[in-house]
Design a protein around this ligand. Structure first.
Ligand code: COA
Ligand code: AMP
Length: 630
């Protein structure tokens, strides 16, 4: 079938289309219906069915004779380790861990926070939760204790599973003190924690609360898979919104399984038994969908890579992993390729390895700039597929379906909508725009299976953030246009979210932290263009009247404050003190105009600006940091 036929059917008959796709999944009670509209505009999928995610990702492959196939390859240049885990071993490890969690009282519907680096145990923890019907929430290791505390209070977990440490090039990330600090700060306290002690650092366990990963499994019975309803939450993953309170994106079990299963062959062109590699982190949505669930549901082999594109040990690491493991399909963020290209522009490292197993490279997480796409395509000699998605959607909204029908690539576009996504460009009044016209990108409801049904414990926020602005649509928060051939172009965010090295960050959250500095009266954070990371956050600080402390001291403290409160992943290193901020007469800070000045782009003088002279002051301040043409 052609892409056009598949897409048309998915939009015209969503129920029968997705019911057909659901046959790729083993159900305890098969669905009789896919789509449920009784709570519209909140749509639900597969809620009359029963299923278990872990069964589909692990057990069934062993039952079908894949027990000796490698499920997980752990490749860790930072610890000089390589390990392979077969499906049979994975089944044993996951059912033992689930059994121990069950013995401690973890049941269907309980939340479990997972705070772990890129080691196989992180995947085992996620799968063990899925086995019991417990709802996991994985927190990225680059967040500080306070961010972890916010998530503990929102998800109210019964248990937290963590490792003793993570390893970043040149430093050990001490997870345990971060965890202890977070629990101390949080109002909610977990019943218990389980700590995986890594060789690189053995953490002190808190008596009466912390259990050792291996010890607590000793003498317990392995757990069987617990069937859950199709609309049962599989996980909660927090992502940045416009404020310091992150959004708890929920994923429903049935749709998650069906949608990911569809993508493995049709989008990524991977067959069961082949090696698929997503160089992301389990703390991000890409890691959930394509390090853990997608490849395992499909019976493929996944790679857990604990390293960076450069410096671990060099810009040839990615090619070594592809060569050594015969990776057929590779997924990463454009920023990783920019890092490699900067170190090895001629591709000399590439020449040392055989990457002929590779059929396509997939990029997502941020805009794929044409320079990077062209460089990668030329050096690797395979199609470079940009695809666009969000934590909320859990899988690609737009892409180029390599296993279904590879379409011509248009550099600068993530190609065409995937099944079930009726993507439209709207004007401010919610009217569809013509081809080529720039507007807000929205998706006509219902969203397909696998996308978020709601925010955790925050339905009013869900409606306000995504559904209210354009009734009948999901508002993506991205702006762009669709060309005459139906190719979608993503140009910018319409909110205060920025994208730093493929990581989604909230400038509003950083402003909240900066405003808490005792000398800062007012502040604004914008995203400025950066050659490597795409964007970097930059803060403007207005000091309180009467503060006569040296500006560089306040700047230094502010930078440290963001690192302490949000974490190193915020990459907040640029700030400058200014007398005042440019505002509209109604008091709205002109962040977009400041960002244009910083990037040296032409801008229109906002008609409602309070005092245009402030923009010159802003430009002068930015020049001191090397921006605005400075
Ligand atoms: N735990 C603790 N700290 C972490 C971390 C983790 N899991 N991940 C990143 N950090 C820290 C980094 O060490 C760095 O700290 P520093 O300020 O002390 O140097 C900081 O957070 C910023 O990290 P990052 O923005 O990733 O920059 P980097 O300089 O370490 O690396 C790249 C730059 C381009 C190599 C890297 O960003 C990269 O590989 N990006 C790929 C992005 C990706 O996979 N995105 C997922 C979506 S697909
Ligand atoms: P996250 O939720 O962290 O995956 O971030 C989602 C946001 O990243 C999107 O809303 C976009 O702004 C941006 N993004 C992701 N993929 C792409 C892409 N292929 N092209 C342009 N922007 C992208």
């Amino acid at each position: 079938m052609s892409y056009a036929d598949v897409y048309r059917r998915s939009i015209e008959s969503p129920d029968s289309f997705w019911l057909d796709q659901s046959r790729a999944i083993d159900w305890d009670t098969p669905p009789t219906q896919a789509l449920f509209a009784d709570n519209a505009p909140i749509y639900e999928w597969f809620k009359d069915a029963e299923v278990n995610t872990c069964w589909n990702a692990v057990d069934r492959h062993v039952a079908q004779g894949r027990g000796n196939q490698t499920a997980i390859i752990y490749d860790s240049p930072v610890t000089h380790t390589r390990q392979e885990i077969t499906y049979a071993e994975l089944l044993e490890r996951v059912s033992s861990l689930a059994g121990a969690l069950k013995a401690q009282g973890v049941e269907k519907g309980d939340r479990v926070i997972i705070y772990m680096p890129m080691i196989p145990q992180a995947l085992e923890a996620m799968l063990a939760c899925a086995r019991l019907g417990a709802i996991h929430s994985v927190v990225f290791g680059g967040f500080a204790a306070r961010e972890l505390a916010t998530r503990i209070d929102d998800a109210t977990p019964k248990a937290i599973l963590a490792a003793s440490c993570g390893i970043e090039p040149g430093r050990v990330v001490h997870y345990k003190p971060l965890l202890d600090g977070a629990i101390e700060m949080a109002t909610h306290k977990p019943d218990f924690c389980v700590i995986y002690q890594r060789e690189q650092e053995v953490a002190h366990l808190t008596e009466g609360r912390d259990l050792d990963w291996h010890e607590f499994q000793f003498g317990t019975d392995p757990a069987a898979c617990v069937p859950v309803r199709g609309d049962h939450p599989a996980y909660i993953l927090y992502t940045s919104g416009t404020t310091g309170q992150p959004k708890g994106v929920m994923r429903a079990t049935g749709g998650h399984l069906v949608a990911l299963a569809w993508t493995m062959k049709n989008l990524y062109n991977v067959n069961p038994g082949e090696v698929f590699w997503s160089a992301s982190d389990v703390g991000w949505v890409v890691g959930h969908s394509y390090i853990v669930y997608g490849p395992l549901i499909h019976g493929a082999t996944t790679i857990v890579f604990e390293g960076k594109p450069v410096g671990t040990p060099d810009a040839g690491t990615f090619w070594r992993v592809i060569d050594q493991n015969k990776v057929v399909s590779f997924f990463t963020a454009p920023t990783a390729f920019r890092a490699i290209k900067r170190e090895d522009p001629k591709g000399e490292f590439l020449a040392k390895y055989d990457t002929s197993s590779l059929r396509a490279l997939f990029l997502a997480g941020e805009r794929a700039d044409p320079d990077t796409v062209n460089w990668a395509a030329e050096k690797l000699g395979v199609p470079v597929v940009d695809h666009w998605w969000q934590t909320e959607t859990g899988w690609a909204i737009c892409g180029n379906p390599q296993g279904l029908e590879p379409l011509p690539v248009k550099v600068g576009s993530p190609s065409v909508p995937m099944p079930g996504y009726d993507v439209q460009v709207l004007d401010e009044g919610g009217h569809p725009l013509k081809a080529g016209e720039l507007g807000a990108i929205a998706i006509k409801l219902p969203l397909p299976p696998g996308t978020l049904p709601n925010l955790w414990n925050a339905e009013a926020r869900f409606r306000k953030s995504y559904l209210d602005h354009f009734p009948g649509y999901y508002e993506t928060g991205d702006a762009g246009y669709i060309d005459e051939d139906g190719y979608v172009y993503i140009m910018a965010r319409t909110d205060d979210v920025i994208n730093v090295a493929g990581h989604r960050l909230s400038t509003g959250a950083m402003e909240e932290v900066l405003a808490s500095h005792p000398d800062v009266g007012e502040c604004a954070v914008i995203g400025v263009a950066d050659e490597l990371k795409g964007q970097l956050p930059l803060g403007f600080l207005c000091l309180n009247k009467g503060t006569n402390r040296p500006h560089d001291e306040v700047v230094r403290e502010s930078v440290n404050l963001v690192r302490d409160r949000i974490g190193p992943v915020a990459a907040f290193k640029l700030a400058v003190v200014v007398d005042r901020l440019p505002k509209t007469r109604s008091g709205k800070i002109l962040r977009a105009t400041m960002a244009k000045i910083a990037d040296g782009e032409a801008y229109k003088m906002p008609a409602t600006i309070d005092d245009p002279a402030i923009l010159d002051e802003i430009a002068a301040a930015l020049k001191t940091l090397g921006y605005a043409g400075g």
